[in-house]
Structure formats: C-alpha cells, structure tokens
Design a protein around this ligand. Sequence first.
Ligand code: OGA
Ligand code: MN
Length: 215
Amino acid sequence: MIPDSTPTLPASSAAIWPTSDWTRIVDRLATDRHVILPGILPAACWQALRAEAEQLQAGASFREARIGRGTQVQQEKAIRSDSLCWLEPQMPAGGAYLRWMDGLRDTLNRELFLGLAEFEAQYAHYPVGAFYKKHVDRHRDSNARVVSAVLYLNPDWPVAAGGELVMFDEADQEQFRLSPQGGTLVLFMSADMPHEVLPATVARWSIAGWFRTRS
Ligand code: OGA
Ligand code: MN
C-alpha cells in the first residue's frame, strides 16, 4: 500500500453551518473597530474544527510560527511560541469555515466597501506556557490585511487558566481582555489594534484569519 501522509480527517461535514446575517455585526465593527461574538457558531461546528486541528497536528501538519514574510521571515521564539497549519478549502471542517467567512467577506465589501479579495486562516496551537507578544496583524511592508478574525476552539476554558487575548487601542491603552472560550469569534481592524496572547496553563486552540486585499 502507498503510504498516505494526509491524515484522515473527521467526518465533520455533518455539522450544520449557519447562514449568518453579518450586516449588524459589520456596522458595529465599523463603529468600534472590533466586535466580540460569543457563541456565534453552533458547538458542533467549532468542535469539528477543533477535532480537525488535533488530527492535523497528530499528522505532523503544524509548523512553528514565523514572524514577518518574504526575506524578513525568521523564527523568533521570543515573540511567539505557537504552531500553525493553514486551512485549505478541501478540509472538511476548515473548508466549511472558509466558506462561512466568505459570507462575512461579501458583507464587509457590500456595506463598508473594503474591497477584500480573500480570507486566509490558520489553525493555531499554543502549548502550555506559549504566548504571542504585543503586535499588529498588518505586515510592515504590506497593507493587505484589513480585518482580523479569531475563533476560539476551547470547550470550558477555565478562567484561571490565563491565555487571554489582550487588546490595546492606538494609544497603547488596554481596551479589553478576552478568554479564549470555544465558539467566541472576535473581529478587529488589522492595522489599528495592537494585541497580545498571554501564556496559559492549558493548551490553547484557535483559528486566526485575515480578510485581505490583493496588494
Ligand atoms: C494572531 C493572534 C490572537 C489569539 O495569530 O495574530 O493575534 O487570541 N491571535 O489567538
Ligand atoms: Mn495577531
């Protein structure tokens, strides 16, 4: 038999993905520069994403995070210590997530005229103690990333476990802290909002994604 390096993915296409009305959410994003949406996805959907992420990791599809892009790419353990796997359209759960977020992309373009050409996203695994120091998602040499979207995949996250997302405003004042509770989606403007991931005492799973223009 020919060895297959692709791990078997869970049969997650059975999860019912909602047809979300993003119009009011997009209005709030425009006003506040961020929006927090607890429980926006049925548990079956984000649990399928979590299961898929764990299978991909077991199949060695995750890579250590790198900072920057192109020639600036460097492995920088002092800045972040998570590992990542890009979502692909053919993944049963990941592909469904990409298509669900395309509905949000359409609404962002229609209501806010953002001209977003695509949505890209990565599964992220933060082992115990892992972190991502304060940063902005927009790359130094590109303004392609316009809106960031992070979905959390941790059932029953203990409040005492840490692992919060800490958000700052443009003046570097702390705005809020968010526990990575499963099913919560946070959207924010990629250029405006510095943020940081605090270390946790349990493993932390999420999907970090970006709506981007073609430039
Ligand atoms: C990122 C990021 C936040 C989080 O991957 O760029 O900031 O809460 N993630 O996982
Ligand atoms: Mn970020």
